[in-house]
Design a protein around this ligand. Structure first.
Ligand SMILES: Cc1cc2nc3c(=O)[nH]c(=O)nc-3n(C[C@H](O)[C@H](O)[C@H](O)COP(=O)(O)OP(=O)(O)OC[C@H]3O[C@@H](n4cnc5c(N)ncnc54)[C@H](O)[C@@H]3O)c2cc1C
Length: 459
């Protein structure tokens, strides 16, 4: 366990930098225990780090960061019971490969392949397309083992301390460091996606409800004022073009849209020209969606939805924010959002350069901090490939105000600039319950960095 020379860490999109006193990469549970027990050598706050694909400073600390990238072993694939167990530092893309070799897949094949399993177990990660039953990844986590802030071992699973599982699933590393995770999995499935473009101004709530009620899983992409409803349907086999279509889709996500948006913003300094070319880009994206609609959509194997962002160049990276709204309120909120975004563009010259996503996530009471405990949600997720970080961050703060006023629910690591007032209003008693449990797990605040100290009211 030799501390590295340079401790500086930057998150995926480059918006957050942190320099802990110690950056350690344990290779065993005993090493994690030793770190947490020795607060003199390893000063608080201690934070566990996966890939730091989070968009808030949830990992940042001037104490110790425990980098989980050396704990990546697959421990058990139980085909008979559809269970997968691995160490918490393993990334989803690698776990998915191990599962696929056995003809298995995750219940939710999320797009972000570089998320670690430890983070998947205790954060708000979601997928709308595979969310037939539940859309939150932690709901399919059936066992979590962790080292507590005082260095002891603890476990919550369907059979051991099951009452703690909903808390552990929302713990964000505040109850200690997760070292092993078990997921429910299933045999690999083929999926067909259709794309239905609709002018936003013609949409009615009844039509939106119809799409939502009649989809196994759905994301709506909004480009300019056109909404494209991407719906998923399970099929028997992906056909001969399946892997080709999956590769083209991955390439587009990993490079296409974000790269084009970035180039336009970077090189076209004349405002009118930039706006005109950007508009052309939106028209082209809508043309692509219409073409997909015309050809009936695409078919692929579900694990092929997952994208590996490890070698994405900075110029093709994108960032986003996520706020969830009751599905019954979505159309009105979107109408207000489009007006807000247009007014923001007129007054500041900034607009997002990628399609806006809306994720449909079903009711789910499996975690204490579930954002769909009381109702289904349909989100509003502006997505952007930033060249001017300041302009993007000003937009994010204005969008937070907009969403807070409309009773939206933010996510603690996917809604940049989330504040205590947002979390308290959105989660109410659920938040108080989690904070109370975290205090019993960590009375000395060993894991409490400034970000979580502010959110939990301990600052
Ligand atoms: C390009 C891109 C695409 C994305 N797509 C999606 C998407 O489709 N769906 C979605 O929901 N999210 C998405 N995200 C958000 C991202 O996946 C989540 O924020 C995810 O939780 C990050 O995982 P990570 O391993 O990088 O965790 P980190 O960012 O490293 O950590 C997140 C939190 O988990 C804690 N943590 C991490 N590991 C452990 C551990 N072993 N023990 C205890 N606590 C731990 C950390 O302390 C921190 O609080 C995307 C992000 C990017 C940048």
């Amino acid at each position: 366990m030799t501390p590295r020379l340079s401790n500086q860490i930057v998150n995926y999109d480059g918006s957050i930098t942190t320099t802990p006193k110690q950056l350690v990469s344990p290779q065993s549970v005993e090493e994690i225990q030793a770190i947490l027990r020795d607060s003199k050598t390893y000063p608080s706050p201690v934070r566990a780090k996966g890939s730091y694909h989070s968009l808030t400073p949830c990992v940042s600390t001037d104490g110790v960061i425990i980098d989980m990238s050396k704990m990546t072993k697959v421990i058990r694939i139980d085909k008979a019971n559809n269970r997968f167990t691995a160490q918490a530092g393993l990334q989803v893309i690698e776990a998915s490969k191990a599962l696929r070799a056995q003809g298995l897949q995750f219940m939710l094949n999320i797009e972000i392949g570089n998320m670690t399993l430890g983070s998947a177990a205790c954060c708000h990660t979601k997928d709308a397309l595979d969310g037939i039953e539940f859309g939150q990844v932690c709901s399919y986590v059936t066992g979590i083992k962790w080292v507590t802030p005082s260095g002891d071992l603890m476990e919550a699973s369907e059979t051991t301390n099951p009452d703690l599982l909903p808390y552990a699933r929302s713990s964000y590393g505040l109850a200690g460091v997760i070292y092993e995770v078990t997921f429910r999995v299933k045999p690999v499935e083929a999926l067909h996606f259709t794309y239905t473009p609709r002018p936003f101004d013609q949409l009615t709530q009844a039509e939106v409800d119809d799409y939502l009620d009649n989809s196994e899983g759905l994301i709506c992409w909004t480009v300019d004022r056109t909404c494209v409803f991407q719906q998923r349907r399970r099929v028997a086999d992906p056909g001969i073009l399946g892997s080709l279509e999956a590769a083209a889709r991955r390439r587009l996500w990993n490079f296409g849209d974000a790269y084009a948006g970035h180039l336009i913003d970077e090189f076209l300094k004349n405002k009118d020209l930039r706006n005109a070319v950007q508009q052309g880009g939106f028209d082209f994206t809508n043309f692509l969606y219409s073409t997909l609609h015309l050809f009936g959509g695409i078919t692929l194997l579900a694990p092929d939805k997952t994208i590996d962002y490890r070698s994405t160049p900075d110029c093709a990276k994108y960032a986003f924010t996520f706020w969830a709204f009751p599905r019954s309120q979505w159309l009105d909120t979107m109408r207000a959002y489009l007006d807000f975004a247009e007014a923001h563009f007129k007054s500041t010259g900034f607009r997002c350069n990628m399609p806006l996503g809306s994720y449909h996530v079903r009711k789910d009471t499996n975690s204490v901090l579930s954002y769909t405990r009381d109702y289904e949600v349909f989100s509003i997720d502006p997505i952007h490939s930033p060249t001017d970080l300041n302009a993007w961050q000003n937009f994010l703060k204005a969008f937070n105000d907009f969403s807070f006023q409309r009773n939206g629910k933010p996510l603690l690591n996917q809604s940049p600039f989330v504040e205590r007032k947002h979390v308290e209003a959105a989660y109410g008693q659920q938040w108080q319950d989690l904070v109370k449990w975290v205090r019993t797990m960590d009375p000395a605040g060993r894991m409490l960095n400034p970000f979580f100290a502010e959110l939990t009211g301990a600052a």
